[in-house]
Write a new protein. Structure first.
Length: 359
């Protein structure tokens, strides 16, 4: 990707970084943990830009010094091509880092999976997708919390809600990697319920939205909520509640329903469900305010229909195909085991190039 860094852009970043450094050095900031987290998170986001800029400045100084020496002594000219290439590479890297970014890229996510057409096979596929995301998160050292799950008779997931969080303040968080996963995922394989070995097609839906550390924009009126308490369900395993501690919150104006049964107490489940509801309402508010975001996120899953798909998982051919960018690979088994980086790198590259083109 060719390009030259814009002085005004890097000057703005340098000024912001200096201001953040001063804030972090002020003891009074740390009296407000939420504010300290926000400042620390932004400071960490700028770290790769600052490091690359410092390397570029040093490389340019080295190049200028070598050019002066070469003007007096031709033997020094041999060093110039390597230094020029280094400056050019760092300049492209910095331009890439300064490209317009999704403001939620450093956020954590809440991911919902829903079975669709295909009955038990669709539910089993939804559980395969859940395992894929969980394994991918584990490979990256992220924290995974299954907030709610409804299990089918054969152990698949009729629906599930999963929270995935990165560890510490990062520039590129969970959302930056998984934001492309929203949509209908189609599977082609022989179901366990198929007695004659025929390949069937079914689908499952994925909804994903950012869960910022602090959800400040959304005010929730308790009068708009219906809160139901029920006994946790799901198949065995350690930590399954046996009391009426699971919580379902319905936001009446929008019809959004959030459930949580993972925590140990009704109070904890309610608090966690409220966090998820706030994140969903914030995403909805942003969609309403931004036509592009609305067209993107709102269309993630219109209907869990086999014809509306972003990706196909073909088991007989061990092939995965992302229809949005034409990505194909014959390592489906590895991808379902959490080796998603090649696929997500391709989606990320496509997204970055689109942002640069639109700039």
């Amino acid at each position: 990707m060719a390009g030259t860094t814009q002085p005004s852009a890097i000057d703005d970043i340098l000024a912001e970084h200096a201001g953040l450094e001063l804030q972090l050095a002020d003891p009074s900031l740390h009296n407000d943990p939420a504010a300290a987290r926000r400042v620390g998170k932004r400071f960490a986001e700028l770290a790769p830009i600052m490091a690359t800029h410092a390397k570029l400045v040093a490389a340019r100084d080295d190049l200028a010094a070598a050019q002066e020496l070469a003007a007096d002594d031709a033997s020094f000219a041999a060093e110039l091509p390597e230094l020029e290439a280094q400056v050019a590479e760092l300049d492209v890297t910095l331009t890439d880092l300064l490209a317009p970014r999704d403001p939620h890229d450093s956020d954590d996510v809440v991911l919902e999976l829903k079975s669709g057409e295909g009955g038990e096979e669709s539910a089993l596929f939804a559980s395969d997708l859940a395992r894929m995301y969980i394994r991918y998160a584990e490979r990256h050292g992220w924290r995974v919390e299954v907030l709610d799950v409804t299990v089918s008779d054969l152990g698949g997931y009729k629906d599930a809600t999963i929270s995935i969080k990165s560890k510490g303040d990062v520039r590129d968080g969970v959302w930056s990697r998984l934001k492309f996963e929203g949509g209908v995922h189609r599977v082609q394989r022989v179901p366990v319920t198929e007695s004659q070995g025929r390949v069937h097609t079914s689908a499952a839906g994925v909804l994903i939205y950012p869960e910022p550390d602090e959800v400040e924009e959304v005010q929730i009126d308790e009068g708009d909520l219906r809160i139901d308490v029920y006994r946790s369900s799901g198949k065995g395993g350690q930590g399954v509640n046996t009391t009426d501690s699971a919580v379902r919150i319905t936001h009446l104006p929008t019809g959004i329903v959030v459930t949580c049964q993972n925590e140990r107490s009704q109070l904890q489940n309610k608090a966690r469900a409220m966090q998820v509801l706030a994140a969903r309402l914030q995403a909805a508010a942003e969609e309403a305010a931004d036509a592009e975001a609305s067209a993107g996120r709102a269309s993630q899953v219109r209907t869990v229909d086999r014809s509306e798909r972003i990706r196909t998982y073909n088991f007989p051919e061990n092939r995965i195909t992302d229809h949005r960018i034409g990505f194909k690979a014959h390592n489906l088994d590895a991808v379902l085991d959490g080796e998603m980086d090649a696929l997500l790198d391709a989606l990320g590259k496509f997204d970055r190039e689109a942002r640069l083109t639109a700039e």
